[in-house]
Design a protein around this ligand. Structure first.
Ligand code: M6R
Length: 606
């Protein structure tokens, strides 16, 4: 992962670099660092910890310079400490890197034999030494080109030079990199989000590209050193969503935004007068789609499983769901009229992008459901369906999940309608009920105090299970993911019907088991599975919209009662208490809510 920023300016840039690094912390927060050119020398400042720690360090050193690069790290090679933090510098050059150099140990061996002394355990340091070695016999640009030829793996790089002290070189292979334009100032960033507060005009590097930034201009070269032109894109995302407002953390803000987000997203897609979903330009005529493949990671993958259930419910299309990191290495055969749908909040997830690139290479038709519309995934897809939820900063994905399933549902309903596979009254009933979902979500959020109280009982648990069937199965997976990610407590999401095939052995007296059982066609079966858990001592938290009173008679420990809703729309409601539960348990444990340990918001390495 990691985040990169570079600024070439006419004025002192250390404050601007620090401010950008704070915005980039969603990509990594193990350690941070800056290098600038100051009085003809490379000055490097770096430390373990967050950007706030770097800020304290820099205050003591009076850092200045008009040319500089900065980095936030998510450790891959070497522990997250000061020495392994980026930049990695020699007397001649300073480098920040996002990605993984797969042949670093071979290169390191060669360089050590030539007398180079390595300080860190990182793969990145080989780049610093290779460029330094090449600079002995060539100019800065050739030294970078020669270095890149030796590297295997993925990278986005920012490089500054002692002797060529008015420029920054950027290079991309596999990991995204953008540049931004302003008067007498040019920027390099690991994505456009990093640049958004400084400029609205950006260009994106393609794989193999190199760029050279000075304060006045940016030159681009392809992998054959041929000068190339780049399209300039206008950024659109609003700045306001990057602030916490009156909320304690971004996650609570983002959870509470969900009613608004649902309304906004529906407004973007629904013609309210004709009650028609406005999605056009399908990469394949919906009537001809033979199979749909949904591919994503983490929370977005769970959204895809929800999508699979809806596709099967409303259409006759075959559906396959894949985790991107598995899909990309399987022996996939792309066939005609198969639609490949990629779901991602950031649009920068390395595995998802690699899966999409594979599909494109094989000639598949692709569609991206994304939040960040200026992302790599969007730029590579045939059709882009934005989820319109605004910037999501908390590492734990909440409102993006809601947006992802909402857009998936609208897309699926539209396809079902075009294929004549959904009855007109079912289509209009679901749309009518969808327009009320936001008010039900508000009701659940208004009841968050009771979930906060429940959370107290989870702080010292050994482990927990989240169970559901049908549409509630992916919600159970998502509830467990949110719970472990935020609370650092073990949680397993499982199809309720699978318990007796193994996991029931985990259940012991007092173990919390969260059962998601909306009143759909699986309700009775889920309640039977719940009874099997109760019989083994499991402590049940039931999440349901059933009408009858069962808490005491069925030995349920506690219950979160949801508003009643159309049976196919239950995921929009049942997911909310699970987000709140994870949030409050983490809060009570004193965990970092927006930056859970060992994680990053945008997973840009495989
Ligand atoms: O940006 P993406 O949606 O592609 O990210 C995918 C996952 O990394 C992400 O959903 C992750 O699982 C979340 N942190 C879970 O809350």
């Amino acid at each position: 992962m990691c985040g990169i920023i570079g600024i070439a300016s006419f004025k002192d840039i250390s404050k601007e670099i620090l401010a950008s690094l704070k915005k980039l912390e969603y990509r990594g927060y193990d350690s941070a660092g800056i290098s600038t050119i100051n009085n003809g020398e490379i000055v490097e400042n770096k430390c373990a910890g967050k950007v706030s720690d770097l800020e304290k360090l820099i205050k003591k050193t009076s850092l200045s310079g008009n040319i500089g690069i900065g980095h936030v790290r998510w450790a891959t090679h070497g522990a997250p400490n000061q020495i392994n933090a980026h930049p990695h510098s020699s007397d001649e050059v300073s480098v920040v890197h996002n990605g993984i150099i797969e042949n670093s140990s071979i290169i390191k061996k060669e360089l050590v034999e030539k007398g180079h002394v390595f300080k860190s355990q990182t793969d990145t340091e080989v780049i610093t030494h290779l460029i330094t070695e090449n600079l002995k016999k060539m100019n800065y640009l050739d030294s970078v080109f020669e270095t890149l030829k030796k590297l295997e793996g993925s990278f986005a790089l920012g490089i500054i030079f002692k002797k060529f002290n008015n420029l920054i070189v950027g290079a991309r292979r596999g990991s995204p990199l953008a540049v931004g334009y302003a008067d007498k100032e040019k920027y390099l960033g690991s994505d456009s989000y990093a640049l958004n507060s400084m400029t609205k005009e950006v260009s994106y590097l393609d794989d193999g590209d190199i760029c050279v930034l000075t304060k006045d201009k940016i030159d681009f070269f392809d992998k054959n050193k041929k000068k190339i032109e780049k399209k300039v894109h206008k950024l659109t995302q609003e700045k306001e969503s990057y602030s916490k407002g009156n909320f304690k953390d971004f996650m609570s803000k983002e959870i509470s935004e969900q009613p608004e987000v649902i309304k906004k997203c529906i407004n973007e897609y629904l013609d309210k007068i004709r009650k028609e979903i406005n999605i056009v330009n399908f990469p394949i005529d919906p009537k001809k789609i033979s199979k749909v493949n949904l591919i994503a990671c983490g929370t977005a993958y769970h959204a895809c499983i929800v999508g699979k259930y809806w596709f099967e419910e409303f259409t006759n299309i075959d559906v396959n769901v894949d985790v991107a990191s598995e899909f990309r290495y399987r022996n996939n055969k792309i066939k005609e009229n198969e639609l490949y749908i990629f779901v991602s909040q950031s649009g920068e997830t390395a595995d998802t992008i690699a899966a999409l690139e594979f599909c494109k290479k094989e000639g598949a038709k692709t569609c991206a459901i994304v939040n960040v519309t200026e992302s790599s995934l969007s730029r590579l897809s045939d059709l882009v369906l934005p989820i319109h939820v605004g910037a999501e900063i908390g590492v734990a994905s909440t409102k993006a999940f809601t947006g992802q399933i909402l857009v998936l549902l609208l897309f699926i309903l539209k396809i079902a309608k075009i294929r004549n596979e959904i009855k007109a009254d079912e289509y209009s009933n679901i749309i009518k009920d969808l327009e009320n979902v936001h008010s039900h979500v508000t009701l659940i959020l208004n009841n968050k105090k009771s979930i906060e109280e429940l959370a107290e009982d989870f702080i010292n648990i050994k482990g927990s299970m989240f169970l559901g069937r049908g549409l509630s199965y992916p919600i159970a997976l998502e509830g467990a993911l949110k719970f472990k990610e935020l609370t650092y407590l073990h949680a397993e999401g499982y199809p309720a019907g699978e318990m007796k095939h193994g996991p029931l052995a985990l259940v012991e007296n007092g173990m919390p088991v969260i059962v998601i059982a909306p009143k759909d066609r699986f309700y009775d079966k889920t309640i039977s599975n719940m009874q099997e858990v109760i019989a083994r001592g499991g402590k049940i938290l039931l999440i349901s919209d059933h009408a009858e009173e069962i808490t005491t008679s069925e030995n349920v420990w506690s219950e979160i009662r949801l508003p009643q809703i159309h049976k196919f729309l239950s995921p929009f409601l049942s997911t909310i208490p699970l987000q709140l539960l994870a949030y409050y348990v983490a809060l009570k444990k004193g965990n970092d809510i927006d930056k859970p340990r060992n994680l990053a918001k945008s997973v840009t390495v495989e």
